[in-house]
Ligand binder design. Structure first.
Ligand SMILES: Nc1ncnc2c1ncn2[C@@H]1O[C@H](COP(=O)(O)OP(=O)(O)OP(=O)(O)O)[C@@H](O)[C@H]1O
Length: 295
């Protein structure tokens, strides 16, 4: 069963086409990252998925219903980029209030435990740090035990340790067949915390698969070596090479055929090549080339 289906969905703001004919389905039980640069259309897509914005064109279904129906049935929980907590309420009061709005919520202590808030349950929202506030917002998103959890750049205000703990909490929520869709522009977060990455740029899907598939699809390798002070004219002309970058005495060549590039580097040039390294494209390389191609 599909948790999410977008069929040819577009959204315009005046002259800006923020989402441009998005077609995608997400099977129930998956954890999916929506990865894209600033302005790619991630928040607009999420807001339409939650019924907060209407598509200009196309149709969205959540578990086979309209977004409004799915939300009304308590099937959707969300953590958006902004949203104030009621400052005078304690963490426990806030979670207790929100979970009562849902038909079959998680237990109060269970939510607090999952969001790592047990020790902060008696603290007023006004007294929480930025990272703690994010944890409360996560708790409010899961309190109703929604089948679909939607997170829009959830770790934006968190330090490194809080991020790691947050993703652990998300994974434990996703266990047992719940669906999670999260937007991020952090490649590493998409890579480590999802089983499928949908890359969006300019309002369109430009790649869709596991992080490993996306890396492989980019097809590139890098060949790096220490150049020192040597002049390096002609590296662009080596076989397979599509880009050359020279920085701090290191040459980095992007190539589709690392074997041919390296052979020609040794046989066809007079350079003294030291510290040679060949790497597969990482997700960052893949992402940058996909986003550039879509422009
Ligand atoms: N209310 C609005 N009015 C006009 N244009 C908007 C509005 N909201 C978003 N846009 C534009 O729509 C495009 C997509 O924006 P959106 O916020 O969906 O992208 P995003 O991928 O979530 O970006 P970010 O990572 O920066 O949050 C951008 O060009 C943005 O400037």
């Amino acid at each position: 069963m599909n948790a999410i289906a977008f069929a040819d969905v577009s959204r315009r703001y005046g002259d800006v086409l923020a989402v441009d004919g998005l077609d995608l389905t997400v099977e129930a039980g998956r954890t999916v990252a929506l990865l894209g640069p600033n302005g790619a259309g991630k928040s607009t897509s999420i807001n339409m998925l939650l019924g907060l914005l209407r598509p200009t064109r196309g149709r969205i279904e959540v578990f086979g219903h309209s977004p409004d129906e799915a939300v009304a049935r308590g099937e959707v929980g969300a953590m958006l980029q902004s949203g104030e907590l009621i400052p005078e309420l304690t963490v426990r009061e806030l979670v207790a209030f929100v979970r009562r709005l849902y038909p079959s919520p998680l237990g109060l202590d269970e939510v607090l435990e999952m969001a790592d808030l047990t020790g902060l349950a008696g603290r007023r929202a006004a007294k929480l740090s930025g990272g703690q506030t994010q944890r409360v917002r996560f708790a409010l998103a899961i309190a109703g035990a929604p089948r679909l959890l939607v997170l829009d750049e959830p770790t934006a205000a968190m330090d490194v340790e809080s991020r790691l703990r947050f993703w652990e909490a998300m994974r434990s929520y996703a266990e047992g067949g719940r669906t999670v869709l999260f937007a991020t522009h952090y490649l590493q977060e998409a890579d480590e915390n999802s089983d499928r990455v949908i890359v969006v740029a300019g309002g369109r899907v430009v790649a869709d698969g596991t992080a490993a598939e996306i890396k492989a699809g980019a097809g590139g390798h890098t060949v790096r070596f220490t150049l020192g002070g040597q002049a390096a004219a002609g590296l662009e002309a080596l076989p397979g090479v599509s880009a050359v970058e020279i920085s701090a005495g290191t040459a980095t060549l992007r190539t589709a055929d690392p074997d041919a590039t390296v052979a020609a580097l040794y046989r066809g040039t007079t350079l003294e090549v030291r510290d040679l390294r060949i790497d597969g494209a990482d997700l960052e390389d893949a992402f940058l080339s996909l986003v550039q191609e879509s422009r």
